[in-house]
Design a protein around this ligand. Structure first.
Ligand SMILES: O=P(O)(O)O[C@H]1O[C@H](CO)[C@@H](O)[C@H]1O
Ligand SMILES: O=c1cc[nH]c(=O)[nH]1
Length: 261
């Protein structure tokens, strides 16, 4: 019997990546990570000379510049399996610093639709990160990048900014009232589906990651709209939050780069 295939042959550095289709030189060191490919186009408007460099499955990537800094944006798709793939392949392609720009459902009172949340950690209610670290290993963002993201958000945001520990879940419809009540009792503040995968893979690859989310709902106070952000859905507040988090994350990259010299 032959040996199992060693995937380093297809996921190594300096080669065209298998699933994101990113080629060497396609991305900068700084990468924004929305879930939705459409949010890549929304982000590209803020980049000078943005070019679509790859587009395969749920992974759409633009690269351009922000205040002279080369910045890319790649969509992760929904859930940790594809978020982990995007993060891994971006690291292989030369990315070093990530900010997830997501949407999220708040689960504590006092957080409104359209508010922003900066992650200080994520419960790993998903099955992907255990391929990389034991269950007891925490999924946490980079401390310096997170501190800068939070202070930049507080300075620039037109809506309230919150921070705390969220839950990264594998099942959108498995977030039952009983499940949510348990998380509320732990002091968990929001639900989404990719952060712990991004934090874990970035950590294993020696890269930095942070996350900021716009609130699409509050499942504790039953503030719930359709999360597509169309005017018909009545959720202009979410669209405004996406626009804000993009600008805050780009400014954080710029300041982070300046600080590092
Ligand atoms: O807005 P994005 O970043 O796609 O993320 C959120 O939207 C999806 C559905 O709720 C999930 O993937 C969740 O994490
Ligand atoms: O995981 C998530 C993300 C957004 N909204 C939800 O209800 N759940």
């Amino acid at each position: 019997m032959s040996n199992p295939v060693d995937k380093s042959a297809i996921t190594g550095q300096n080669i065209r990546q298998y699933l994101t289709c990113l080629a060497p030189g396609d991305v900068g060191e700084y990468v924004l990570l929305p879930g939705d490919p459409a949010r890549c186009d929304r982000t590209a408007k803020y980049l000078k000379d943005a070019k679509l460099v790859a587009n395969n499955r749920e992974h759409r990537t633009f690269t351009g510049t922000y205040k002279g800094l080369t910045v890319s944006v790649t969509s992760t798709g929904m859930g940790c399996p594809s978020a982990a793939i995007a993060t891994e392949e971006l690291c292989n392609a030369g990315a070093k610093v990530f900010i997830r720009i997501g949407s999220t459902a708040a689960i504590q009172e006092g957080i409104r639709v359209g508010d922003l949340i900066v992650s200080t950690g994520s419960m790993k209610n998903e099955g992907t990160s255990r391929f990389f670290v034991p269950d007891s290993f925490p999924a946490v963002p980079d401390f310096d990048l997170t501190a800068l993201l939070l202070s930049t958000a507080r300075e620039l945001s037109e809506t309230s900014v919150h921070y705390g520990i969220g839950s990264t879940d594998d099942s959108f419809y498995g977030e039952t009232p009983e499940f949510i009540d348990r998380l509320v009792s732990y002091g968990c503040i929001n639900l989404e589906m990719e952060a712990s995968g991004v934090f874990t893979v970035a950590h294993r690859k020696g890269c930095r990651a942070a996350a900021i989310y716009g609130c699409s709902a509050n499942l504790k106070t039953s503030e719930l709209y359709y999360a597509d952000g169309t005017p018909e859905s009545g959720n202009q507040k979410l669209v405004d939050a996406w626009e804000q988090e993009i600008q805050i994350a780009l400014e954080t990259f710029y300041r982070f780069h300046q600080q590092r010299g």
